[in-house]
Ligand binder design. Structure first.
Ligand SMILES: [Zn+2]
Length: 706
């Protein structure tokens, strides 16, 4: 019975008869079920790419009569996670009657507005530009996907002939055309001209397949894509080696990551000349096969084919002219070498804009590259946030697959530049961009917080993540760090953070954390020196060991972490923030505090010295002075709290209230209060402040800065 699964090698057959049977009779539920299965296999379509639909009878609330309705994926979203709320439901007859008012291809964009007059379910998602592509075809269930295997054929020079050959005329062909009302009519025309076909290949774009039931559509889609993939597999390396064979060999894995980490902040600096960008790096085998090949120089400048691919990856990638093993340690020299390459890229983009623009085109956008290829090492992508950068990398891998397939069976063709421009600067696309929510205060910023697995450090990390920053969690306690990772994954998702085990007294672990930041996000903008410990002892009890650990963690740790982060910030040349969490004790003298209090004073003065030295790099160094933050603190968990309680003759649980009473405002200080102070320094309103101290202690007159 399950033999059907076995006939697929290149796609995943995931249909579960029991699950589907439970949905029988509910065509919309079956559409969602099928969509989620299709979206679960990235070989079938790229993230967010493609759309699915069904047509069924439903009661018209106006007439009470059964009428034909189409449910189709609405604008935005991904079929892998599609829900009812992601669908648009439209009256089929109304949608088709729009042909009566259609004035021709130059006016097709105006039709999008009219789709809203065809809406059946008032809770519909906005209908997408692809709506008429589904609406004019008569089939009950339709899948429109962007499978690499099919696009490879669709983007091959003689794709039409090859499609005919593989499918013996059972798959139609429609030449490349920008999606819209007119393409919907072309699909219908293709079906009328070729009755009985099981699908249509869209030149340079993707695939349409269908069926009378959700299952028939699913199996038809899988079969067609499987056959495309089989055909490609039979041809790889047949006429010539893949991508013309290897030109260079990759560095080994460790060396690749070392080179990438060293280069990423420099690239990030160049790519952020217009808007601050976040990076992503991958040395995926499919990337290396392409960037190490003889054909790289021929194929990379051609750009991608499927519109989805190049909207995310820009017209073409920047290929670096650096040897894999070159010494990248001389930043100044490296920047001088790279500057002309970026200049050339921006000029190329400007020229593309100038030659292709129309009178009503939106203004030119950021001219920096999104995809940067470093032969022998890997691929960097840059975008306004981590998810967008990561998805751009995935899309470029889709594009690589397409080029590989098309070159194996014929010759790869990309979209003509004018067509690419018409999509990139499409007014409907521009409207979509204008509707995007405003970036948050720390969007595009990368923050590393030491000791951030708990207490104040974790509260700072959360505040920064809430404000849009990418976070590097770091701590010397691996168990606590794991718990924090789980918490962040649940609360913010995997793109929001990276993590690194780090003891701030170890320069090699600090270097390791900076490398994590460079590989995960492209660099670092904000460093919070928060890791600490406290020891309260009288002079006679205070050991040399106590003294050393206090000074190692608090003073040397702050120095080493700052020193290491500065080298990345200078590579980026985007300024930066160093926030040092010090203490009231840096200013206030009391008994039994010689080691801790003097180390805190050293941290404070070190901050001012750093501020004086780093101002010319636009790197600000500021201090937050907390006092008596007890909640979720490791320091307060053990002997310290007991010691303080004993000293003041109160119970441990009464300490917060006791400390509050000593303050002018009678307030208990929470980790979130310290986090807010850190955000005040970094959120944009205090960009002209450095060398400052902000007390967050409920008001302690002795701690006033003089
Ligand atoms: Zn499409």
């Amino acid at each position: 019975m399950k033999t059907i699964e076995k006939q697929f090698k290149n796609v995943s057959y995931l249909w579960d008869e029991q699950k589907a049977a439970a949905l029988a009779g509910d065509e919309v539920a079956l559409l969602i079920y099928r969509s989620n299965l299709l979206g679960a296999d990235l070989r079938l379509t790229n993230y967010g790419g493609g759309n699915t639909s069904c047509k069924a009878l439903a009661k018209d609330p106006l007439t009470g009569k059964e009428t034909e309705i189409m449910w189709v994926k609405g604008s935005g979203g991904d079929i892998g996670t599609l829900k009812r709320s992601g669908l648009a439901a439209l009256y089929v007859d109304r949608l088709r009657s729009l042909t009566n008012v259609y004035r021709g291809i130059d006016a097709e964009d105006a039709m999008v507005e009219l789709f809203n007059h065809c809406i059946y379910d008032l809770a519909s998602k906005a209908p997408s530009i692809d709506t008429p592509l589904h609406g004019f075809l008569p089939f009950k269930h339709i899948d429109h996907l962007h499978p690499d295997a099919a696009i490879a054929i669709a983007a091959a020079k003689d794709g039409k002939k090859i499609t005919q050959e593989i499918f013996h005329g059972t798959i139609g062909w429609v030449e490349w055309q920008r999606p819209g009302f007119d393409l919907g009519l072309k699909l219908k025309q293709c079906l009328d001209d070729n009755p009985g076909i099981r699908g249509i290949m869209l030149g340079s774009h993707g695939l349409f397949t269908w069926g009378d039931t959700a299952y028939e559509s699913y199996i038809n889609t899988l079969e067609v894509i499987e056959r495309c993939a089989d055909y490609l597999n039979d041809n790889y390396g047949k006429k010539k080696p893949v991508f013309g064979g290897n030109k260079i060999t990759s560095l080994d894995k460790a060396k690749r990551l070392e080179q990438a980490a060293s280069l990423a902040p420099v690239l990030r600096g160049f790519c952020s000349s217009h808007t601050r960008m976040v990076g992503h790096f991958t040395d995926d085998d499919r990337v290396l096969e392409f960037i190490n090949s003889n054909d790289l120089t021929k194929l990379a400048p051609m750009g991608t084919s499927c519109p989805d691919h190049f909207l995310r990856t820009k017209i073409s990638p920047l290929v670096l002219d650096i040897k894999p093993h070159e010494d990248l340690s001389e930043t100044k020299e490296l920047k001088e070498r790279l500057a002309p390459a970026f200049e050339d890229y921006r000029n190329m983009y400007q020229e593309y804009y100038n030659t292709c623009k129309h009178v009503n085109s939106p203004a030119i956008r950021d001219a920096n590259p999104v995809v940067i290829l470093y032969p022998g090492v890997g691929m960097f992508t840059f975008a306004k946030d981590k998810q967008t950068a990561r998805v751009a990398a995935e899309f470029y891998i889709n594009a690589i697959n397409v080029m590989k397939g098309a070159e194996a069976i014929s010759e790869y063709t990309s979209l003509p530049r004018q067509e690419a421009f018409n999509i990139e600067y499409w007014l409907l696309e521009e409207a979509k961009l204008q509707r995007m929510p405003k970036p948050k205060a720390l969007s595009g910023k990368i923050a590393l917080i030491t000791g951030s697995a708990g207490g104040i450090g974790k509260a700072i990390a959360k505040k920064f993540a809430d404000e849009g920053a990418c976070i590097i969690l770091s701590d010397n306690d691996s168990n606590r760090l794991k718990e924090a990772e789980e918490e962040f994954k649940k609360q913010y998702g995997k793109d929001a953070f990276a993590s690194s085990l780090m003891d701030v007294t170890s320069s090699s672990q600090i270097e390791g954390s900076m490398k994590v930041a460079a590989l995960a996000f492209g660099g670092v903008d904000i460093v919070v020196n928060n890791a600490g410990l406290s020891i309260s002892k009288s002079i006679e009890d205070h050991t040399e060991k106590d003294w050393d650990i206090l000074y190692d963690v608090l003073v040397k740790g702050q120095f080493l972490v700052t020193q290491s982060s500065i080298s990345i910030m200078r590579k980026q040349a985007l300024g930066g923030d160093v926030i040092n969490i010090v203490s009231k004790n840096a200013l206030v003298s009391g008994p039994n505090n010689a080691g801790y209090g003097s180390a805190k004073a050293a941290q404070l003065h070190l901050s001012r010295l750093n501020a004086a030295e780093l101002g010319s790099d636009k790197i600000r160094v500021n201090v937050v002075n907390p006092d008596a933050v007890i909640a979720d603190s490791k320091i307060w968990a053990g002997a310290w709290a007991e010691g303080r309680a004993k000293a003041y003759n109160v119970k441990v649980e009464d300490l917060p209230a006791f400390y509050a009473k000593r303050t002018l405002l009678n307030e208990i200080i929470l980790p979130e209060d310290i986090a807010n102070a850190c955000f005040a320094f970094t959120g944009g309103l205090l960009n002209k402040s450095t060398g400052n101290v902000l007390n967050v202690d409920g008001g302690v007159a002795m701690g006033f800065v003089r």
